[in-house]
Design a protein around this ligand. Sequence first.
Ligand code: FE
Ligand code: CA
Length: 512
Amino acid sequence: MTPISRRSFVLGGLAAAGAAAVPAYSSVVNATAAVPYPFQLGVASGEPDASSVVLWTRLAPSPLNADGQGGMANTNVVVDWQVSTDDRFTTLVASGSVTATYAAAHSVHVVAGGLSPDADYYYRFRAQGHLSPVGRTRTAPAPGTNGRDLVMAFTSCSHYEEGYFTVYRRMAEDNPGVILHLGDYIYEYGATSGRPRLHAGTSEIVSLADYRRRYAQYKSDPDLQAAHAAAPWIVVPDDHEVENNVAGNVRADSTPALTAAQWTARRTAAYKAYYENMPLRPAQAPGGASIPLYRRLPWGKLASFHMLDTRQYRNDQACGDGWKVCSDADLASRSLPGNAQETWLLNNLAQRTATWDVIGQQVFFARRFNSTGASMDSWDGYRASRARIQQGWVDRGVRNPLVLTGDVHRAWASNLVADYNNPASAVIGQELVTSSVSSGGDGDGATTIPDVGTNPWLKFYNNRRGYVRTTFSPTQLRADFRAVAKVSEHGAAATTVKSFVVEEGRPGLQTV
Ligand code: FE
Ligand code: CA
């Protein structure tokens, strides 16, 4: 099947929204179903390995109900699922049934196993006499094999109120093999008028019902549903899945006022809702007010995805947050990933099982000093930690490290150098920073690199909303920075504003 027909099928399946256009499941007649359509949040898949993938959906016939339960009654519902090699579901390779519970907001996480490596699959669900939209997913190559070249698209920061999710639609249309989301999938703020769209709920979200409804509102967006249906996702949260600029378990905001117990309850609610709404494996289920998210996903011999959590484990806030001047000595004891995750990452990198070691994380990695100092919310606030990681990959002979970043609502690209006090020191890797899906609004299109005089390793800047489309082969990495001119209106075209390549074994961004 050509990529174009595959794409039309997936998007067409969404448009059909489980109506009779989707064949098989022959006992089902949607038109006569007795209950309203429960698949209004779409479908998703994620966490691919060489033999399995997570399939996700959440039943919610009335997504915006204030109780967060999406219009579902307090009863269990059986959800059937199917995986097929073809988009008509004539050849099933896996199928089964799971129970969607009220306690989990009728979300389901199916680990569909027994799949072939480096293969494309289609999946769908059935519940209450209705069929879900159809999603496409893919498995990783077997260990030690390259498989096909991989198109991986990544983005972050989708503020529903600040713009339409056209970027998600354009990502889906690229027909990627996998999508990474680097956080700020939702924002916690209450409704603010005068913007392109409006959050449901007037106050900042705090309770489990609030977070569940917020995810349901975002997931009702057809462009977001298209991106989930197009490819398996690998996700990590940033701050806004809980609250702005949370560092460790310390609040940066003082509103709304919360007691210590209320803050713990809020984190517990935020992480429960995050897990319920993301295609994560059961190993990532939260335990109370924390959630185990840093993890490695091998992609055969081609790539390893080391997904970091740069929020929960910040272990020292000496010097505070914001943009300011802090000395290396003041920051010496601060670790961004925390000591355990830092050790875990370096042990992972030492394995060198793949050509490209991709570090998927949230906040700006390369040094970026300006006249007011540096952002203490980025790796500049944790310089010793950054230096240990960079020197760690050099010492371990990692040939092709690549850092991926979100958070800053602008596109950037940077070389990573061995010593930021010596701009002439060796280039030892690259950082690609995605712009946002919608956060920040349309943007001014500026391309002049801020403060490049004092940060000469910075190679690209663009202030439009967008994503990065990467293509991995055994010999080369290509990165296309994609941008849309507007998110204040729906449906803008995406254009490539800059492309770089990196040759295997030769760190450094090369302009195409
Ligand atoms: Fe953001
Ligand atoms: Ca953020």
